[in-house]
Design a binder for this molecule. Structure first.
Ligand code: AMP
Length: 414
């Protein structure tokens, strides 16, 4: 036997029944976002490496050590996208901002790639569903985006979650905070883990993200960014929170929420659930007003978010999705097989469910055994006797009740 080729670590296959859950999430998400004025944008999986280096930030974990990079045959540096926002911004600049179309709402769906250590809820290829709003800097829009996410979660049936919000302020308030925080981190440096020691000088805000309890202990007393906000950012955050309250959306203020990407400013948020284990964040996002300009476009305000599909579907595993009814055609003899075979396309068009066919030369007993194994709801049986009589025998597999229906229009009586 040849050696078996296996899937790449952290890049799982997705199939039934999980895939049906994904279809359910995708269909509902597309509906909710379309109703709120978003249209789908599909960007390529591979982009210029520079897009992510400039977009996400060179001192972030993603760019420093998690990206799948490659050289094409022309030695051009490419990367498999680690997230969706940078690509959407690139496409927005290329096709819309360049024509003066600044007010745009997009959603996207697709695989992302990060070379992280795989564990429950963390993969190297994972799927995100995300949305971005361009051309609006009002805090009401930040609250509206959250309102749409909350509506979607409600329609999906996800109830057990926590929304955490924070403000990262403007670039200048973040700069001021950076200095204050660094002074504090230098004081407690001896108690921090090696990773935090290393992070502190390059990107001190990321130290706040550390999950190690000892670090978290010492970070309790760290200065918080909310104390460094300038007047405009403060007002933005107040109005945003007020609108969340008006919408009846409960949330928790988390002044340590910084998120892993450098482009966020002002509003940042994360949805977590204690049903998920260590990787408990299933959605996150925030405002990124400087990114469009940073990537070569005009100055256009923007905000966005992304769901992790694997984690969101984990929250919905208990859900009993409606099952499509299954009709199985069972023939006995070649004349019956030919008859059923010809009818297949019309039957599949008319029947509200799946139409499967068992037209082999096996006996009736084996075919009915198969019907049980695939949980067929109805079995249509046809043999030489039925052909002669001009009927089809339809068996309800739940009640075992059998009916004879006219051969030429039996599908109208299903
Ligand atoms: P981020 O782009 O890092 O803000 O992540 C947004 C969402 O994507 C997170 O809340 C997770 O649900 C999901 N996510 C991020 N990284 C991974 C990963 N390696 N595996 C699975 N899901 C992920």
């Amino acid at each position: 036997m040849s050696q078996k080729i296996q899937s790449i670590k952290g890049m799982p296959d997705v199939f039934s029944p999980q895939i049906e859950l994904w279809h359910f999430i995708e269909t509902l998400s597309k509906k909710v976002f379309t109703q709120a004025g978003f249209s789908e944008l599909r960007t390529p999986i591979v982009e210029d490496l520079g897009l992510f280096e400039r977009g996400i930030g060179e001192a972030t974990d993603i760019v420093e050590k998690e990206m799948y990079t490659l050289l094409d045959r022309n030695e051009k540096k490419l990367a498999m996208r680690p997230e969706g926002t940078a690509s959407v911004v690139r496409a927005f600049i290329e096709h819309f901002a360049s024509k003066g179309e600044m007010d745009k709402r997009f959603y996207y769906f697709g695989p992302m790639f990060r070379y992280e250590r795989p564990q429950k809820g963390r993969f190297r290829q994972f799927y995100q569903f995300g949305a971005e709003i361009f051309g609006a800097d009002e805090p009401t829009v930040d609250a509206e985006l959250i309102q749409i996410i909350v509506q979607l979660l409600k329609e999906l049936g996800v109830a057990n979650y926590l929304l955490q919000v924070n403000s990262l302020g403007s670039a200048s308030s973040r700069e001021q905070y950076r200095t204050t925080l660094l002074q504090y981190l230098n004081k407690i440096s001896d108690h921090l883990c090696d990773k935090c020691k290393e992070r502190k000088d390059r990107n001190p805000l990321r130290v706040l993200d550390c999950k190690i309890p000892e670090c978290q202990n010492y970070l309790q007393e760290a200065p918080v960014i909310l104390d460094c906000l300038d007047e405009i950012s403060k007002k933005h955050f107040d109005v945003f929170q007020n609108y969340l309250s008006i919408a009846g959306i409960s949330y928790q203020l988390n002044p340590r929420l910084v998120r892993g990407l450098d482009y966020y400013e002002k509003t940042a948020f994360e949805f977590t659930s204690n049903q998920l284990g260590a990787q408990n964040a299933f959605a996150g996002g925030g405002r990124y007003n400087a990114l469009v300009e940073q990537l070569g476009g005009p100055s256009v305000a923007a905000i966005g978010f992304a769901f992790g599909l694997e984690r969101l579907s984990q929250l919905l595993e208990h859900l009993a999705l409606p099952k499509n009814p299954v009709l199985l055609l069972v023939s006995l003899g070649s004349a019956a097989s030919e008859h059923f075979f010809k009818q297949l396309p019309e039957l599949r068009k008319k029947y509200q469910g799946q139409v499967l066919a068992e037209l082999s030369e096996k006996g009736l007993k084996a075919k009915l055994k198969y019907a049980n194994r695939i949980h067929a709801d109805q079995v249509a049986m046809l043999g030489d006797d039925e052909l002669q009589k001009g009927v089809v025998v339809l068996k309800n597999m739940q009640t075992s009740e059998q009916r004879e229906l006219p051969l030429n229009n039996w599908m109208d009586n299903l």
